[in-house]
Design a protein. Structure first.
Length: 263
């Protein structure tokens, strides 16, 4: 049996595939006898366990939600983490049940944002042993972004504005806080200063801040196992946190009361 397929797979012809032109399949490496430890395994320090609550947009007794360190190409990219240092298969029954409740709540919160059509929920976990679930918002009307390549498009699309990004974070945090916990994301400050003239305003709008390299899902250190071998600095990884205490009884999983969704 060949290690390398004779041609590229059919999904490269899908409308959602982000690339075009000549492509070549990589040679498959030989399997390693022992896989290297992830962050939080063995003697490796867990980034999530050392991050303060202030690094998150919303925190509760057993769960926390964090964002990327700056805007990306999608309207929203968030990560749901457990406070306790557990992986998905290690969750006790009560926390496992509450994970379902938290997943639905966060999906609804993100889907309530303007311009969001769908929310993709992903779990990879090859970079970190601490449970973290990814939530990616697919923009409304962008049919080419449908499906499995949404995380790739996040690296390709131009990042959304800082103001819109912070407003979206604040809305999601407020939505979650309706069920408990503490929102930490704040909306952007209102630019209340009136320009001396419309000409001055136009000139001011023309001044753009220097562009920063986009921090996307694909580029996040926790999902790039190759970064382990070169000891990627922890400063490049969005802050995460946890506590070592035993999980408490989860919040009620009953249907939330009807409240007006923050917009």
């Amino acid at each position: 049996m060949q290690d390398t397929p004779p041609s590229v797979p059919d999904f490269t012809q899908w409308p959602s595939f982000p690339f075009e032109g000549d492509l070549r399949v990589k040679q498959l490496d030989e399997p390693v006898p022992v896989e290297p430890p992830r962050r939080g395994e063995g003697h490796r320090e867990c980034t999530a366990c050392n991050a303060p609550d202030e690094a998150y947009i919303w925190v509760g007794e057993r769960w926390r939600v964090r964002a990327m360190d700056r805007p990306t190409g999608l309207p929203m990219v968030l990560i749901l983490e457990s406070r306790s240092h557990l992986d998905l298969g290690d969750l006790p029954n009560l926390l496992a049940a509450e994970l379902g409740v938290m997943t639905v709540r966060l999906e609804r919160a993100i889907r309530s944002l303007d311009g969001v059509a769908r929310v993709h929920v992903n779990r990879w976990g090859d970079g970190s042993a601490h449970l973290h679930m990814w939530f990616l918002a697919r923009p409304y009307g962008r049919l080419q972004l449908r499906g499995t390549f949404l995380s790739l498009w996040d690296s390709i699309l131009p990042p959304i504005s800082e103001a819109q990004w912070r407003e979206n974070l604040a809305m999601v945090a407020a939505w979650l806080a309706e069920f408990g916990g503490r929102p930490l994301a704040e909306p952007p400050r209102i630019q209340w200063q009136a320009p001396s003239s419309l000409t001055a305003q136009s000139a001011g709008e023309a001044v753009e801040e220097p562009e920063e390299e986009t921090a996307s899902v694909i580029e996040a250190a926790d999902e790039i196992p190759e970064a382990e071998a070169v000891d990627t600095p922890a400063t490049e990884d969005p802050a995460k946190a946890s506590t070592s205490e035993e999980p408490e009884e989860p919040e009620t999983a009953e249907e939330p009361r009807q409240t007006q969704t923050p917009r």
